[in-house]
Design a protein around this ligand. Sequence first.
Ligand code: FMN
Length: 283
Amino acid sequence: MLNESLPLVRKYWRYMAVSIISFVIGNIIMQMFKRIQRIYTGNDLNGDTGSGEVKEDHYDCDVDHVPYKDYVKFPTSDMIARSRDFYKTINLRRSVRKFSPEPVPKEIIENIIKAAGTSPSGAHTQPWTFAVVSNPRLKMEIREIVETEEEINYKKRMGIKWVNDLKKLKTNWIKEYLTTAPYLILVFQQMHSFTSDGDKRVHYYKEISVNMAAGILITAIQYAGLATVTTTPMNCGPAIRNLLGRPAYEKLILLFPVGYPAADATVPALSRKPLSDIMIDFS
Ligand SMILES: Cc1cc2nc3c(=O)[nH]c(=O)nc-3n(C[C@H](O)[C@H](O)[C@H](O)COP(=O)(O)O)c2cc1C
């Protein structure tokens, strides 16, 4: 076998050597490019540990500690009823992908975002920006960006397994809800922020913090009597960020269309895991 292939190796060794060297150089350039991109977008900052190029700062180390007077203790029976009622309300939440164009008062959206802004965050850095889009032209431009990328996702980028896994949801790259829902709420993660002196402020656990805020956001949407669907606009981040004029250190994480469900909206008949499957009791 080895003897048979030796003449081939002798004949083509130059081509093989050039291919290997090109492959290695290509890889090195790709790694350098990715590193520069991460630095530019702020993704390179290790916000979870505070290490990296960020200057140490003590921007709110002098905060007073005050008695926690806002706590309300309910009778146990009320607590049981409240927790049961809340479960009943939140259990009605479904991902809705067809919306009515009926207008929604802006105040409701503002209250929902205020609720999301109560989320805990690593070292209270509050690393989120909620962009609320109701302007029809902007909604259309966002739809065009998302549909262009989603068509590539469905047809080329994501592969047959992803497409098959999504079949039960009956989704495709057409996202009519992006123009029919009265509001789009786009959640940006701030990779870092700035102190009053202009130094970079580390955002600890920024991803977990933003995702927790998003959880409160969809809970508040449901509680207010509106509907949404959690969407992850894959590969659309930079284009949408530029469209909305947001800075490079903000990364688009999630997009929520918000409004009333269309009268003919449907949802897949999915079931949720029972308590026995999701809770392990160590008492
Ligand atoms: C992180 C995350 C990303 C999601 N991305 C999308 C999405 O891009 N498009 C979509 O139609 N639904 C998306 N969904 C919604 C899920 O498909 C939906 O939550 C799931 O099918 C369960 O249905 P339910 O929300 O009605 O309980 C996403 C949900 C989560 C939590």
